[in-house]
Design a protein around this ligand. Structure first.
Ligand code: SAH
Length: 336
């Protein structure tokens, strides 16, 4: 099977998949909203500001893809609860894991979130979409260069019945995809095309929207072989623990930006998480929180540092915003 089918089964099999069987998720990875409340709070401010920039529509959908434990959305909504935007936004969540849907429904009960079955269920009208560490879970196909052509990397069984990588016999032409880059192995996430297609169709309907994605990956080249597996906080070989390990790849931000631009969307970024959070005012937020809770200052400082330090999440993570055409420039993306 293609690597993408392997990823899909390992992550989303309804009985044995990682997200179906590991509702806790706490031990395998830590994300920005887990590290500091400031991450969600600043994105809350971004949401409220961008709602204003859209002309403060009376009703708009606020959509999160892959909300995990619901921490980002809880922090965002708390930060803006007294702002006019909070009254206008209807919260919608897209979550593949039934166990996590329960966690999110409980955590966000004040906002009475609605669950979307698929990206095509987003209600008509204006919307703001956010997704942190969602794109990296979208299954990737891998292609290995073979002279002038490319062969797809597949997962199969060796004579002992163990999982192994192999190469499919048929040729693939990746020239258009790779935009001239020389690489021996290339990863392609077809899910990025699906998201852009959906957004482009909403733009054609005339709905104003912004979609903010924060994730890890290079901004200047296609990821090579970046498939990784994590179990209990440790990296394990990708084929070692199917269904028991989290599988992830780097996001090809360059390709996402090219796809979106050629579909007629406005593209802001990618910029580093460090630049994005700085532009949204993480320094000011930290100062304010530390003043109001001096005992917490060291912990708050440490959280902010991990979000922006280039040695931690600061530069490996990027933010990109895809918008319907005609809106003002998105906040947080001005050239540094
Ligand atoms: N955004 C959260 C969680 C990131 S983990 C945070 O930052 O902490 C990835 C999340 O995306 C999980 O909630 C996972 O269940 C969900 N997910 C992964 N693939 C998905 C898919 N195809 N459709 C819907 N949700 C998905």
């Amino acid at each position: 099977m293609p690597v993408s089918a392997f990823m899909q089964a390992c992550l989303h099999d309804p009985v044995q998949g990682y997200y179906a069987t590991r509702p806790g998720l706490g031990t395998d990875f830590t994300t920005a909203p887990d590290i500091s409340q400031m991450f969600g709070e600043l994105i809350g401010g971004w949401i409220a500001y961008e709602w204003q920039e859209m002309g403060a529509p009376q009703r708009a959908s606020l959509i999160e893809l892959g909300p995990g434990r619901g921490t980002l959305m809880a922090d965002a909504l708390r930060a803006i609860r007294t702002w006019p935007a909070a009254q206008a936004l209807d919260v919608h969540l897209l979550e593949a894991s039934p166990a996590l849907r329960e966690v999110q429904a409980a955590r966000l009960s004040d906002a009475t979130p609605r669950f979307l079955i698929s990206l095509d269920d987003i209600p008509p009208g204006p919307f703001l979409m956010v997704a942190n560490e969602f794109l990296d879970c979208l299954p990737a196909r891998q292609f290995v260069r073979d002279g002038k052509t490319w062969r797809e990397q597949v997962v199969g069984l060796d004579p002992d019945g163990d999982l192994v990588f192999g190469l499919d016999a048929s040729d693939h032409d990746l020239q258009g995809l790779l935009a001239g880059q020389a690489t021996a192995i290339a990863e392609v996430q077809p899910g990025l095309d699906g998201i852009v297609t959906m957004l482009a169709s909403r733009a054609r309907d005339g709905d104003p929207f912004r979609a903010l994605f924060v994730d890890y990956g290079p901004d200047d080249r296609a990821p090579g072989d970046s498939l990784r597996a994590y179990h209990a906080g440790r990296q394990v070989p990708p084929l070692a623990m199917p269904g028991e390990a989290d599988l992830t790849v780097d996001v090809d931000f360059g390709r996402l930006a090219r796809l979106a631009a050629s579909a007629g969307l406005d593209v802001a970024g990618p910029v580093t998480q460090r630049a994005f959070l700085a532009a949204l005012g993480i320094q000011e937020r930290l100062t304010r929180l530390a003043r109001s809770a001096p005992d917490e200052a060291p912990r708050l400082y440490e959280g902010a540092r991990r979000l922006v330090d280039p040695g931690e999440m600061g530069t490996r993570f990027k933010a990109i915003c895809l918008s319907s055409p005609g809106l003002p420039p998105a906040a947080g993306f001005a050239a540094a």
